[in-house]
Write a protein that binds this ligand. Sequence first.
Ligand SMILES: NCCCC(=O)N[C@@H](CCCN)C(=O)O
Length: 442
Amino acid sequence: MGPDREQSAAGRGRIDMSLLKQCKQRVSDVIEHESGQLHALSQDIWKAPELAYQEHAAHHLLTSFFSSRAWEVQAHYHLDTAFRAQWTSEPSDSPRLHVAFLCEYDALPGLGHACGHNLIAEVSVAAALGLRGALESVHPPRQIQITVLGTPAEEDGGGKVDLIKAGAFEDMDVVFMAHPAQDDAAYLPDIAVHDVTVKYYGKASHAAAYPWEGINALDAAILAYNNISVLRQQMQPSWRVHGVIKHGGVKPNIIPSYTELEFYLRAPSRKDLAELQEKASACFSAAATATGCKVELCSSSHDYYNVLPNKTLAQAYIENGKQLGMQFTTNDQVLNALSGSTDFGNVTFEVPGIHPYFFIGSEALNHTEEYTKAAGSDEAQYYTLRTAKSLAMTALDVIFNPDLLQSIRHDWKMMKQMEEEMNSGIANKARESSSGAGCASC
Ligand SMILES: NCCCC(=O)N[C@@H](CCCN)C(=O)O
């Protein structure tokens, strides 16, 4: 066996290493060739930030981009601002392999693209173009379908969960995306999240003349906020609860008759999240009892699940990234920090996938004005395209090495089984502690 033709570990297939290398080079060339168009696409998304489920301009930009490059595009795919663009290589005798790249393109209220979702879209578009270009230049070992899935509403709502329910992931083998951060990391722990809106209904009254006639909904909101602060000391260190007051009353001389808060509850597993949810619900109800208000808890329609890591995919991504000059963080504080939550977590319970984080040339932190600036900077481009190359090269490894795919599937099954055993029996408990279903006004 020559150095360029290695037998795969299980001895079932041979990997044509020189072809794989040639394809990886082609990925880089195609992405470099398209860099101007990719930058323009990401700039156009960045300049007109849109909130969850309202990403109409981004949807139009992305679907037009793929239509003009002869991809088969399904606009408004199950959701107004979702889309699916696909390309399939020539048929072959072996079964088709379906890889998908996920785009996000929603922004944050008041801050614009402070989480760099314009760059997430760019990474996936670039990776898909690069991969297609590489596969068009050779005869791949099997028929390949590449899908770019436009997934709206990551910051609020969970478009991927809607798309899972619509069956969008059912025929996919491996899914890829990457998220802007401060470091390159193949995996950072994204934890489960439950969003809840808390509404207090009291009774208005003149605050000086006859306050005793009123029922103070602002007092309930403040007590709820403080109850949660007190709970925090007894929470697991890996749990997070944070909230804002969205309505706090209208005028000092009117006893507030209505207040509204929004909280995010987070924990590393759905099992812990159910426990946290019960404790937080008790805090919200206690505030209502103390003030005589009525309380309504409205859960958002989708909880996000924790992201299941896939060590085989992560390792392949790291190897490709290193070849491209990435310096993956070894800082334990970063690797073990809780990086938030994502609806990609739910996707990892459906299909094996990878959600690496990437440096964008700035120390700025996500969800700040500084990060918005960094996500729109020229400097971010180099890192964004490098990430796209590494993702596409990892997809090539999956395509050319059947043992790798088998190992990815094995990792996924093990992780999923472990999680599902841990989570068994929580479904009803979690439902009971949130009155979302009975919340007519949400
Ligand atoms: N780790 C991914 C970062 C993206 C992000 O910030 N997502 C939001 C999602 C909130 C959904 N309620 C987050 O706050 O973690």
